[in-house]
Design a protein around this ligand. Structure first.
Ligand SMILES: Nc1ncnc2c1ncn2[C@@H]1O[C@H](COP(=O)(O)OP(=O)(O)OP(=O)(O)O)[C@@H](O)[C@H]1O
Ligand SMILES: Cc1cn([C@H]2C[C@H](O)[C@@H](COP(=O)(O)O)O2)c(=O)[nH]c1=O
Length: 241
């Protein structure tokens, strides 16, 4: 089986693929909207948010997972391996939907991308073993990037976890319990460990940069100076590399 069914990629002519990562309430959507105002008609993709009900394949997979998981915010319906493969499929679907705009020069902003699946699903697959979870997160990144490219630039947002979760509680109108809070804390750590030393990942700490406009200016600078990285994949049908 060809692991790059949608393939496609020479560097230089396409737009930059940017992801925003971090725990709930960290401000991914909020900052993405502000950053978008600095860019020339970027395409914004937010398939993972359970708050958005749409009919595309990726969103329908997420809705099905959310339904199977009941009230659980981490989409845990009791079958973590199958859930992980479905969430990776959502990532592949995202790539299939963005590849043409991306290859015709548009900047694409992804709210949650491969790192989110790697982190949350590694945590779900290894709930009691941090070292195994980190190894699993790296393995999931390798698996995912056999199927679709990783973002050229990942913006990892960090903050005091309590403050981020208070924002998420206020936004969603429901409290976050102690077990969920512990998972958020663990995933915040895993995001940092998974991305440590990766030159494609820029970290922005909201505690150090609390002004959203200043944070957005800084991120926009990173994006406008980022360059598309070569992707090891065959040429995209109908779109010159
Ligand atoms: N610096 C901030 N000051 C005040 N409110 C903020 C700030 N950043 C975000 N918010 C608000 O906090 C809530 C959570 O932000 P947002 O929805 O962007 O977080 P997120 O969970 O990271 O995003 P996503 O929905 O993409 O996963 C929103 O209501 C947003 O408007
Ligand atoms: C990609 C992905 C996400 N999740 C969980 C993590 C969060 O609890 C929600 C998304 O909520 P947000 O407030 O919109 O950030 O989904 C997950 O468990 N597994 C995943 O792969």
């Amino acid at each position: 089986m060809n692991p790059h069914p949608t393939g496609g990629e020479g560097a230089g002519r396409r737009g930059v693929l940017v992801s925003f990562e971090g725990i709930s309430g960290i401000g991914k959507s909020h900052l993405t909207r502000l950053v978008a105002q600095h860019l020339d008609q970027p395409l914004m993709v937010e398939e993972f948010s359970g708050r958005r009900q749409r009919g595309d394949l990726g969103s329908r997979i997420v809705s099905a997972l959310a339904q199977a998981a009941g009230a659980d915010r981490f989409l845990r319906g009791g079958c973590p391996a199958s859930e992980t493969l479905l969430l990776l499929a959502v990532q592949l679907h995202t790539y299939e939907t963005i590849r043409v705009p991306l290859h015709t020069g548009r900047t694409v902003l992804e709210g949650r991308s491969l790192h989110s699946v790697a982190v949350y699903q590694a945590a779900a697959l290894h709930p009691h073993d941090d070292a195994a979870a980190l190894a699993q997160a790296h393995a999931l990144m390798r698996e995912a990037t056999a199927w679709r490219p990783a973002p050229d630039l990942t913006v990892l947002l960090t903050d005091d976890t309590g403050r981020a979760l208070t924002r998420a509680e206020r936004r969603d109108g429901r409290p976050i319990g102690a077990e969920e809070r512990a998972v958020h804390e663990r995933c915040a750590r895993l995001f940092k460990e998974l991305t440590a030393g990766d030159p494609r990942v820029r970290r922005l700490d909201r505690a150090a940069q609390p002004d959203p406009q200043a944070a957005a200016d800084r991120i926009a600078d990173w994006i406008t100076t980022a360059r598309p990285l070569p992707w090891p994949a065959p040429a995209l049908e109908g779109v010159p590399a």
